[in-house]
Design a protein around this ligand. Structure first.
Ligand code: SAH
Length: 199
């Protein structure tokens, strides 16, 4: 997976590649999907949600420039796979999931794997996690129609957010805060489940 799907397609950050080699992806997919755990595609994880394709996980992670001193916010815990990759690479991970059963399952696996730098919240991630803001990195794994203001607001100076945006057709955006200005860059077309907005 690491050589054929990630390195070959241009993922360069050795720390990201190492984390992707280390985290056991098969533990995060349903038992019926275990044979496909390392294949080049997204997979269903129940409740109509999906675990992203390995390349997209690596691409998004590389783009937030993970470093050991950073604090990261993830919106859409889902299976917890992306959460584990982040937990390998940054100091603290704050992760928000709307669906309680998915949050519970993810938390159980991540605890079993021994991660102690992950903080969980069940609720609406469009509001971010104001009590713990600002974040050096924000990674959103479900697509809103437009970028939620609260998330841009909770980005630290020099912070980086990666977020899919759109309805039928979506693009991945990189959002930067530099000298208190917000810069938005369109990266690649993607397909994510919708970010449900309760507000
Ligand atoms: N990162 C996940 C991908 C999960 S798919 C993984 O690696 O498995 C996206 C997730 O976002 C789903 O679990 C969905 O329930 C969740 N989600 C959708 N809207 C949300 C919201 N408003 N707040 C928090 N989570 C949300």
């Amino acid at each position: 997976m690491v050589d054929n799907q990630l390195r070959a397609r241009g993922i360069k950050d050795e720390n990201v590649l190492q984390a992707m080699a280390k985290v056991p992806r098969h533990l995060f997919v349903p038992s019926t999907m275990i044979d496909f755990a390392y294949s080049d595609e997204p997979l269903p994880i129940g409740e109509g949600q999906t675990i992203s394709q390995p390349y997209i996980v690596a691409y998004m992670t590389e783009n937030i420039h993970p470093q050991k001193w950073k604090r990261a916010l993830e919106i859409g815990t889902g299976s917890g796979y992306q959460t584990a990759i982040l937990a390998e690479l940054v100091k603290e991970v704050y992760t928000v999931e709307l669906i309680p059963s998915l949050a519970e399952k993810a938390q159980e696996i991540l605890a079993k794997l021994g991660y102690q730098n992950i903080h969980y919240r069940v609720g609406d991630g469009t509001q971010g996690w104001p009590e713990e803001a600002p974040f050096d990195a924000i990674l959103v794994t479900a697509a809103p129609a437009k970028i939620p203001f609260a998330l841009e607001d909770q980005l630290a100076e020099k912070g980086r957010m990666i977020i899919p945006v759109g309805e039928m057709f979506q693009d991945l955006y990189l959002v930067l805060r530099q000298k208190n200005k917000i810069i938005r860059k369109k990266l690649i077309p993607v397909r994510f489940v919708p970010l449900v907005s309760l507000h």
